[in-house]
Every structure is written in C-alpha cells, then in structure tokens.
Design a protein around this ligand. Structure first.
Ligand code: AMP
Ligand code: MG
Length: 391
C-alpha cells in the first residue's frame, strides 16, 4: 500500500490541463484566465475630478473665481474655462479644458457665483484623476494563469469586457453505487438509506466551478455497473464513482473498470478515512472510485480529486494545504496511516470535531476543514502545526 504523499506524486505525474471557455465576467470569479489580457482602453478614459468641488486653473496669484458652468458626472459636453473662471464639478465628472485642479467644496466659500479660497498652499493638479493613469490601451493587464477574484472581475469590466476566456471546467460524471440507495424525497424502506454522496459531491464540484455534472445511481450489479461506467466515460473528462470499491462480495467497481481498460494508477492508500480508494486513467480521462462511506468520499475528493480538477482548470500549487495551523488539543492516532480529521478553525487554532468515523457526517455540522495528521507518528501534541484543507 502506498502513502498519501506517494499517491499525490502519482497523480501529479498524470495531471492535464483543460481547454478554454468564454464566460460572462460576472460569472468568472474563481476561474483562471486562459490568455494574457491586454487593456482595450485607457482608464480613466478622460481626465476627471476625484472630488465634489470646483475645477479651475490654480495659481496666478488668484484667490477668487467666477463659477460659469456646472458639470455633473456623465456630462458629455466639452467646456473651456477662461482666465478667472471655475466649474462646479462632482466626483467622476470630466474636467473642463483650461482647468488643472479641483478644490474640494469644503474648502471653498461661495457667494452667488463667486468662490473664494483662503487657506494657504494648494498643489496644482490636486484632486484630478488623469486619463490612462490606471491602465493604458495595449498594456498587459492580466496574465494567463491569474485566478479571478471579484476584484479582478471589476477590473475586467472597468475596461469594457463583458466576457472573458477562462480555463474550462471538466465535464464530470458522478456515479453512486449501492442497491440500498434512495434519493432524498423517495420513501425509505427498511434497509435502505438516503444517497448523501451525490448531493455532497455535486455541492463540492459546484464550488470548484464545475457546471456540467451527470449523476447516476446504479445497483450492485456488475453488468449494469459496467454499462453505466462505460456510458459516463464516453461523455465526461472525469468520472467519480462512490461505493463498491472495497472487498465485499458486491463490490464490482474494480473489476468493471479493469474490464473497460481503465489503467490503474493506484489502489489503496495508507490513510483514514478512505483507504480503498482507486485512481485510474483511460487515455486523458480521470477515473476515481471512492469508498462509499460519506466522510471517506468527501475526504478522498478533497485530497485527490479536487487537486486534479483544479489543475485541469488552470490552477497551480494544487497540492499545497490552504494554511497550516497549530492543533488546539493533543491527539492520539494510529501510526502508519495519515489521518484526515474533520476539524474547525477558531482563533488561529484548529480543533478536531467529534464523530470522526467514516460513516458519520455529524462532524460536518461544525467542521470547516480537514486537518492532516502525519503518517509516521502515534501522537500529535497540542501546538504542533498541521496542514489544513478548507471544505
Ligand atoms: P461501500 O463502499 O459500497 O461498501 O459502502 C460503504 C458504506 O457507505 C455503506 O454503509 C453504504 O451504505 C454507504 N454508502 C455507499 N454509497 C452511499 C451514498 N451514495 N450515500 C450514503 N451512503 C452511502
Ligand atoms: Mg456498496
């Protein structure tokens, strides 16, 4: 059996990037820019006022001006001020020609159309936002590989982009296996359970920006299972299977995958939860078969599937933990297995949640992350820094 880091290394050697897709900028936060982006415009597009106040030509030993015009934001007219004239102006209004400075209204005394400035010292050019000072037409604005935030979306929109080309998410299939499974909403007969894995995986995939997700549910029946996996492999870049990968008499996933020619990258990892995880490839397509216990599914998804999907979608450093934090309390563990513990962060420390069994989801009522406890120890002391992966 291989260690968690060996499993990561094997996946890292098999990573592939996806193609690109053009999407609305407002939908693009969380996606990665596919091509270098050059600004198609000067921003600001015109010299404009940074304040509500008066635009005028500063200097020339003058302390008073005559207000001859008012320029609201959005005004499309061009004005020219003559010597001794000022314009009433507002934040974002275009500067009139002949003016070089805006004096904030709080610093002006106005009587009728005459304004006076009496405070000493004022810099020429104050409170003016000049054309092109944020970015100029043709300047490189964002590099390929940039992760778009909401702020990045704002920047794209500010130069006039309605759409942006980003790394495309993979098309994905989720197959849940198990004759005991019912969909929430269906009646639950004795011996049956609700399928929590497919909603959970879909939710996790949605958060990664994966939009095209086929879900199917298959009973523990080998021919049906094989047919279903084959069908999903034809449609999708990534196939995630839950359940049926363990050693029970009704666990048909591994033989089905072998029958379909899926190449095994690894099977079984020295970890808790989720030891019997399978990762494989069919040409460029990923296949992950995760042990069906719900907490194993989410843990395996987070630590193996998610990094591969994120790499496909243009992200880098996909194996890095989100952060490291000191453990709040001592923890005893089994040596020889990496433990991925459901945990919650509080005041800069990480606490392990109650209910760590792999069938038990109750810890997720509180957990916001997985904390990774290393393989080669049987005890982790409070205060030790551990790797944290947010849910
Ligand atoms: P398996 O990996 O198929 O042996 O399943 C392990 C445990 O997880 C069993 O108790 C299953 O009933 C349960 N399980 C499997 N699939 C799901 C699912 N989609 N939702 C909730 N529990 C599941
Ligand atoms: Mg099963």
């Amino acid at each position: 059996m291989i260690s968690v880091n060996e499993a990561r290394k094997i996946l890292a050697e098999n990573l592939t990037r996806g193609g690109s897709v053009e999407i609305q900028v407002s939908e693009a936060a969380g996606y990665v820019v596919y091509r270098d982006i050059v600004s198609p415009a000067d921003v600001p597009a015109f010299d404009n006022s940074a304040m509500d106040g008066y635009a005028l030509a500063w200097g020339k030993n003058r302390e008073s001006w005559t207000v001859v015009v008012e320029i609201p934001a959005g005004s499309a007219k061009n004005f020219r001020l003559s010597e001794g004239e000022a314009a009433r102006i507002f934040t974002g209004s275009p500067m009139p020609e002949g003016a070089d400075t805006v004096i904030p209204q709080e610093q002006i005394e106005r009587t009728g159309n005459i304004i006076q400035y009496t405070l000493p010292g004022f810099g020429t050019g104050a409170n003016v936002r000049y054309k092109g000072t944020q970015i100029r037409t043709g300047e490189l604005m964002m590099q390929r590989g940039t992760l778009l935030s909401a702020g990045g979306v704002g920047l794209l929109a500010s130069v006039g982009f309605a759409t942006v080309e980003v790394f495309a998410p993979p098309v994905l299939s989720v197959i849940v296996t198990g004759s005991e499974l019912r969909t929430p909403g269906e009646p639950l007969t004795h011996g049956a359970i609700f399928d929590s894995n497919s909603p959970m995986l879909k939710a996790a995939l949605n958060r990664l920006g994966v939009r095209k997700i086929y879900t199917s549910r298959v009973a523990d029946n080998e021919p049906e299972l094989r047919k279903n996996i084959e069908k999903e492999l034809n449609k999708s870049d990534v196939v995630i299977i839950s359940g049926g990968i363990s050693v029970g008499d009704y666990d048909f996933v591994k033989t089905s995958l072998a029958g379909l020619g899926v190449k095994e990258l690894f099977y079984k990892v020295k970890q808790r939860p989720g030891k019997p995880i399978f990762a494989g490839k069919l040409e460029n397509k990923w296949v992950f078969a995760l042990p069906g216990n719900p907490a194993s599914v989410l843990s395996c998804f987070s630590h193996y599937v998610k990094p591969c999907i994120r790499y496909f979608m243009g992200h880098n450093n996909v194996w890095n933990p989100d952060i490291t934090l000191p453990l709040a309390e001592d923890s005893i563990k089994k040596k020889g297995l990496t433990f991925f513990m459901k945990a919650y962060t509080e005041n800069g420390k990480v606490h392990l949640a109650e209910g760590q069994q792999s069938f038990n989801l109750i810890a997720f009522s509180k957990a916001d992350c997985f904390a990774e406890l290393p393989e080669d120890v049987d005890f982790v002391e409070a205060g030790t820094s551990v790797n944290i992966y947010f849910l």
